[in-house]
Design a protein around this ligand. Structure first.
Ligand code: ADP
Length: 485
């Protein structure tokens, strides 16, 4: 791999109980831009995952007993170290995940912002007093950490999806075990290295890297010492893991797939809508769960909007994320490319019109050309499933009621976006959209101060914001009686 400023950030084994653990077998981490092997990483087993849980369980008493302010200082140190090593962490991320370096560094800053946010929140785990119904009683509510938290995270944000969960969990006083996606273990391990340097005690933050997702997943969802399970990934796997958690009645947070509509009303500022769409659609080559999946454009501005969009897309440069000027990297795998290609071809077969793209850049490459198709209809598979690629699929609508009904016609409910300058419409549509997050004249909505999460089959639980801590806290009610004696 290209030389890092701090070679110590490149780790190749799982981390628990404050130590790195070799394994008999190794697996290769490859660069999706060129197929090069970047590193070989020790392949942890389910028995290793149990040891990581043991470490987290043992560390819980000490960590949860620290004053919030002390946990906060360690999280702040971790945050500072992430920013200090932003270039190296960004490079590791680009090499294993493919996104352009500027985006990768942006993800490091974004991940670090959750550490900062929850470091601040760690000091504000307020309880409550409630007026009692009898004069000789007092009601007090305490918020206490749930215990050991286990998490499974995806490859599309190898740093931030971990930071977002771990920051809230650790701030609340929980200890944490994460299994990152096998495609992107290096970013997770670099975070563990920095957690160690930040002074976070052994057993508090643990990372288990493995190709045995199901085996490790069984441990993390079924071990009774794990109190809470947090997952970000596909709806299909999320449903399965939620079922696995049911036996031990774990608290569960699920951040699953999306099918985001992006509605452009005729009264919108079309230039703003185009730049919002460019950001929401092409970030990470279209591989994010909040990426626009369906573009709904009002008939009267369809031609103008499509022309402006194609003009803006001439600024997209595909290539290896480490090359200057590149703003779209490769897709994560051959399967991912095939899936995108099949969705586009099936739509065209069913009557959609292809304006540009619609194929890989060259045979066998993982670079998929930025694509625009119009005449898309709701019955096409690409309007129903996450495309997860740089494909703009445009549907047309005639009025507000139809736009809302098309937008809501999905089992998913993560993010939605719409552009309008009519204040009455803005409120009506914002309230009618059945999604956990709505961007109103805004294409990028995620930040540490805001509650990230979905409704319907996009999941439950919230990450970030004042609400994010609640997912890691139990409410305990104390009833003080006999106060008249
Ligand atoms: P994606 O299609 O984006 O890879 P997945 O839901 O398959 O989404 O993967 C998200 C995370 O879930 C990854 O860390 C992956 O290794 C993990 N995962 C996949 N299958 C399972 C499983 N059967 N049990 C536990 N974890 C799994």
């Amino acid at each position: 791999m290209t030389t890092l400023n701090d070679q110590g950030l490149l780790k190749s084994a799982s981390y628990w109980q404050g130590a790195w653990h070799p394994a008999a077998e190794h697996f290769a981490v490859t660069n999706p831009a060129n197929g090069d092997v970047i590193a070989k990483v020790a392949n942890a087993s389910p028995a290793d995952a149990e040891q990581a849980v043991t470490a987290a369980a043992a560390a819980f008493a000490g960590w949860s007993a620290l004053p919030g302010a002390e946990r906060a200082s360690m999280l702040m140190r971790w945050h500072q170290l992430m920013l200090q090593h932003q270039d190296d962490l960004g490079l590791i991320l680009t090499l294993e995940q493919g996104k352009p370096l500027a985006e990768a560094k942006g993800e490091i800053a974004y991940g670090a912002s959750y550490l900062q946010w929850f470091a601040e929140e760690a000091k504000r785990v307020y309880g409550d007093t409630i007026p009692a119904q009898a004069n000789n009683q007092r009601i007090v509510v305490l918020k206490q950490p749930v215990g050991v938290v286990a998490a499974i995270t995806p490859w599309n944000f190898p740093n931030a999806m971990i930071a977002r969960k771990a920051a809230a969990a650790l701030a609340a006083g929980c200890t944490f075990v994460v299994k990152p996606a096998q495609q992107t273990p290096l970013s997770a391990l670099a975070m563990a290295e920095l957690a160690q340097r930040a002074g976070i005690p052994a057993g508090v933050f643990n990372v288990v890297v493995s190709t045995d997702a199901a085996g490790i997943g069984n441990v993390l969802t079924q071990d009774k010492r794990v109190a809470k399970f947090s997952f970000t990934g596909s709806t299909k796997i999320g449903k399965q893991l939620a079922k696995q958690c049911a036996d031990s009645v774990k608290r569960v947070s699920m951040e699953l797939g999306g099918n985001a509509p992006f509605i452009v009303f005729a009264d919108a500022n079309l230039d703003a809508a185009v730049s919002g769409l460019m950001a929401s659609k092409f970030r990470n080559a279209g591989q994010t769960c909040v990426c626009t999946n369906r573009v709904l454009v009002q008939q009267s501005v369809l031609a103008a909007f499509t022309a402006k969009l194609q003009q803006a897309m001439t600024n997209l440069t595909l290539g290896d994320g480490t090359t200057a000027g590149v703003n779209i990297g490769p897709l994560i795998s051959d399967d991912a490319c095939n899936k995108v290609d099949e969705l586009v071809r099936a739509a065209v077969k069913q009557g959609a019109q292809l304006h540009c793209g619609g194929e890989r850049q060259s045979l066998n490459s993982l670079f998929y050309l930025p694509t625009v198709i119009t005449n898309v209809t709701s019955n096409m598979t690409l309007a129903q499933e996450e495309i997860f690629g740089p494909v703009v699929a445009i549907q047309c609508f005639s009025d507000e009621a139809q736009a809302i009904s098309l937008a809501n016609a999905t089992e998913y409910g993560l993010a939605a976006y719409f552009y309008s300058r009519d204040i009455g419409r803005v409120w009506r549509v914002a309230e009618a959209l059945q999604f956990g997050m709505v961007g109103v004249n805004e294409g990028i909505i995620s930040n540490a101060a805001a509650p990230f999460g979905g409704v319907k089959q996009s999941g439950y639980g919230r990450e970030g914001s004042q609400y994010g801590l609640n997912d890691y806290l139990d409410i305990k009610y104390l009833c003080f009686g006999g106060l008249d004696n």
